[in-house]
Design a protein around this ligand. Structure first.
Ligand code: S3P
Length: 212
């Protein structure tokens, strides 16, 4: 059952069954099988790759990092930005997402780069593959501090004015994700617990400790 809270559909059972306090918003998503593909989205520095790695470990399922896959084929992301520009990078990003999605086992965790969800064609691909999108949300100042020293890895961090603008432009689109979690705490343990709970709700059974 779902209820409308603040203009958003919120899974009722989820809120009232010891709901994780870091879950800010939740909508139900059509599933094609009992095991979901969990796709982590959000701004640079939200923790998509780091939290994704821990989450995949906890669920004993694969983690696929889209930028890592792109870099495997095309070289580093900054080099790709230099050689093809941002629009060239976006084309490569879309191409790889399209390649990867049909091949992913279920369950698995997919971490997207911060701009991937902004492309309508990518959102269509994700919906087409019944992905469960999870937005890791945090205030701009928290994210800015986390990524301040990463301009050599993240070309978009080089322009601080544009960074703030990007955050403001992007956040409403990130909020279209199926679930939104507060990712502002420096220690990801609480977030991880909440994400594992979500995965359990969606039918992923965490393995018992002796299988880890
Ligand atoms: C980008 C985020 C980066 C990477 C590229 C562009 C963006 O990934 O895809 O530098 O547009 O926000 P992370 O979000 O993992 O830093």
């Amino acid at each position: 059952m779902a209820v409308l809270v603040g203009g958003h559909f919120v899974a009722w059972d989820f809120w009232f069954s010891g709901a994780p306090h870091l879950l800010l918003q939740s909508r139900s998503v059509p599933q094609d099988s009992s095991s979901p593909l969990l796709v982590l989205i959000g701004f640079m520095g939200a923790g998509k790759s780091t939290v994704g790695r821990f989450l995949a470990q906890q669920l004993a399922c694969p983690l696929i990092d889209l930028d890592t896959e792109i870099a495997r084929t095309h070289g580093s992301i900054p080099d790709l930005f230099s050689s093809r520009g941002e629009s060239g990078f976006r084309a490569v990003e879309h191409h790889h997402l399209n390649l990867i999605l049909p091949r992913l086992p279920r369950p698995s965790v997919l971490a997207l780069g911060g701009g991937a969800f902004l492309q309508p064609a990518n959102r269509e691909l994700l919906a087409h593959h019944y992905a469960t999108t999870v937005f890791l949300d945090a205030p701009f100042e928290v994210l800015r501090a986390r990524i301040a020293d990463t301009a050599h890895l993240r070309p978009l961090v080089r322009d601080p004015d544009r960074l703030r603008e990007l955050f403001d432009q992007r956040r409403p689109t990130y909020l279209l994700a199926n679930h939104t979690f507060d990712a502002s705490a420096p220690d990801p343990a609480g977030l991880l617990t909440s994400l594992v709970q979500l995965a359990n709700q969606l039918g992923v059974l965490a393995p018992t400790r002796d299988k880890l």
